[in-house]
Design a protein around this ligand. Structure first.
Ligand SMILES: *Cc1c(COP(=O)(O)O)cnc(C)c1O
Length: 286
């Protein structure tokens, strides 16, 4: 089941989670959209009440924290991606964190064809014996990818603080422009700003998107509602299921956000956004 999001943060609406839990539900999966952690205290209470696992899709939120606790430690399992566009890139691959030794063991076997020991452990024991306990896959991350990811981990704090500076510049600039509404952020969380997303009020997103691309600003849209994709349509999910997310999809725009962007470029983005949105406001009000 898909539960809808909160209209101002675009994070999972915790009020709607419980109504979507059925006897077949095994886990609540929450996405830390844009890099802001979800309300994990509220989600934990619901997960415990229904005896289901809590999984964080924290791919946007590496380096973020929730009420002082680092993302990666607040759910039963937290999922991270090292895809090239993410905070820490290893080419491909990812990591899952857990504090549960049973889940850790299960995942280690799952990534290794379902085999309960790896070759390091066998070498240490001086033994050849191994056991395949359940069906698994080759989801192993190579040493080369790990070396790259580890070297990038050292730069993470710097990257997050730069991203937060950029977000602060955008926030301040757009506070005086009613047609541009940055996503709402909660005070208890430290945002990792994988994305900087605004919602456009009373202007056509298509017009603003085209106008900014014409100004050479690399804006984007994250994301198309997942169940609008043919795969989910074929599974029977139909439009209208999550009206808040669908309405937000029509209005969202991601602005340039990366560690290497200069203050000068951020100012250029602000100027271009205000110009293009201003023109759109003028044209839509006739
Ligand atoms: C990147 C990303 C994924 C997928 O990561 P892969 O490394 O491609 O598996 C999943 N969820 C979110 C929120 C992401 O940003």
């Amino acid at each position: 089941m898909f539960a809808d999001v909160d209209a101002s943060s675009l994070l999972l609406d915790v009020e709607l989670v419980e109504a979507n839990i059925t006897p077949r539900t095994k886990a609540i999966i929450a996405v830390d959209y844009a890099g802001q952690p979800c309300d994990y205290d509220a989600l934990r209470a619901i997960a415990d009440r229904h005896d289901v696992h809590l999984v964080a899709d924290a791919c946007h939120a590496l380096g973020a924290s929730y009420k002082g606790r680092p993302v990666g430690s607040v759910a039963d399992m937290s999922v991270f991606s090292f895809h090239p566009v993410k905070h820490v890139a290893a080419g491909e691959g990812g990591a899952i964190t857990t504090n549960d030794p049973g889940l850790a063991e299960r995942m280690r076997a799952f990534r290794n064809h379902g085999i309960t020991t790896d070759h390091h452990q066998r070498a240490k024991r001086g033994d050849f014996f191994y056991k395949m306990d359940e069906l698994g896959y080759n989801y192993r991350l190579s040493d080369i990818q790990c070396a790259l990811a580890l070297s990038q981990m050292r730069k993470l704090p710097q990257s997050i603080s730069r991203r937060r500076e950029i977000a602060a510049i955008y926030d301040e600039a757009f506070a005086k422009t009613p047609a541009i509404a940055p996503l709402k952020t909660a005070s208890g969380a430290l945002h990792a700003y994988h994305l900087y997303v605004v919602q456009l009020e009373e202007v056509e997103r298509a017009q603003v998107f085209a106008g900014l691309r014409a100004e050479n600003i690399g804006v984007n849209v994250h994301y198309i509602p997942i169940y609008w994709h043919p795969y989910y349509e074929r599974l029977g999910y139909s439009r209208g299921l999550c009206p808040v997310a669908e309405a937000a999809y029509e209005r969202i725009l991601s602005l340039p956000m990366f560690q290497g962007i200069t203050d000068r470029d951020v100012e250029d983005v602000v100027t271009a956004v205000e110009k293009v949105v201003g023109l759109s406001v003028a044209s839509s009000s006739g």
